[in-house]
Design a protein around this ligand. Structure first.
Ligand SMILES: C[S@@+](CC[C@H](N)C(=O)[O-])C[C@H]1O[C@@H](n2cnc3c(N)ncnc32)[C@H](O)[C@@H]1O
Length: 298
């Protein structure tokens, strides 16, 4: 009897990346190419650290490990499930987060702002921060870790998303400073906040219908907003000033609804932030601006 040929990690990755390439998958939930997607799936499935050195590529993969990878790869290919959901793990601002299909997979360009400690965007170090529409809690948790003395509220309307956010608060040891609150936008919140960060739903039904199959595994509640995607962002612009401290700042992502929002608010000086690592459609307004232009946000 001949011994079964054990593949090396490098061989398993090569084969999987080729299959991903041929299947014409959509990337955008953590990676942007077939090789990185294969690495993401296999390293997480086999609990190999991403920091392992190059020699790891010759590590033998057992039959049992191959079966485990194959089961996940099949779901990626057939069900078009994003890898983050398959392995329950995503990265944001260089930090690991637990995810499941109750939360959007973290990918907001706001990560770059957090990693730069918001550079010159804030008048002073924020003490009380709100992550509105928090999902997995990634934005608020990464910000809490950046500003070590801050207190952070994570708010979401979805109890299932808040369960994931709470798991991530615990994972990062932030229970003493970060709390998760169920709230329909600002309804159950008090403030005043020095900084409100928000990646709300901003996708119209028509755009949702045109998205690749991978997005259908994400909760519609995290994507969909009426009125060409603008209903929720406009509500936030109407209500945020009341919860901001003097000199407080709102930073909100509206992604590709940027053009529609600019067209709807021609007289408002929306400051669109620039990103070195990709992404756009993130605006900044101060409390004073939100007050001054309040009549535009109807
Ligand atoms: C685009 S996801 C963002 C998740 C997370 N902040 C991120 O960047 O990955 C939007 C989130 O808003 C929540 N949401 C939708 N409508 C809401 C509302 N009226 N009030 C509060 N949260 C809401 C959804 O449950 C979802 O978790």
């Amino acid at each position: 009897m001949t011994a079964m040929h054990m593949l090396s990690l490098g061989e398993v990755l090569d084969k999987l990346a080729t299959r991903f390439d041929e299947a014409d998958l959509f990337y955008g939930h953590g990676t942007d190419n077939a090789w990185d997607e294969a690495v993401y799936l296999v390293f997480c499935a086999l609990q190999i650290p991403f920091t392992a050195d190059e020699q790891i590529m010759s590590r033998a993969i057992t039959a049992q490990e191959q079966q485990k990878v194959e089961a996940l790869a099949t779901r990626r290919l057939v069900e078009r499930l994003p890898v983050a959901y398959l392995v329950g793990e995503a990265w944001f601002a260089g930090l690991p987060f637990t995810v499941n299909e109750q939360v959007l997979i973290p990918r907001s360009p706001i990560a770059e702002l957090i990693q730069q400690e918001f550079a010159t965007l804030l008048p002073r170090t924020p003490e009380h921060i709100l992550d509105l529409c928090t999902g997995s809690g990634c934005i608020g948790i990464a910000t809490a870790l950046t500003f070590e003395d801050s207190r952070v509220d994570l708010a979401d309307i979805s109890p299932q998303a808040l369960e994931v956010a709470r798991a991530n608060v615990q994972r990062h040891g932030l229970e003493s400073r970060v709390r998760a609150v169920q709230s329909d936008l600002f309804a159950a919140l008090q403030g005043p906040y020095d900084l409100i960060l928000c990646n709300p739903p901003y996708v119209s039904q028509q755009e949702v219908d045109e998205l690749p199959p991978e997005y259908r595994h994400e909760p519609a509640l995290g994507l969909l907003s009426e009125d060409d995607g603008l209903a929720i962002p406009l509500r936030i612009l109407r209500e945020a000033a009341d919860l901001l401290a003097p000199e407080g700042v709102l930073i909100m992502e509206v992604g590709y609804s940027r053009e529609a929002l600019s067209a709807r608010l021609p007289g408002v000086p929306l400051l669109w932030l620039e990103f070195a690592h990709g992404g756009d459609g993130v605006l900044l307004l101060t409390r004073e601006q939100l007050r001054d232009f309040a009549q535009h946000f109807v």
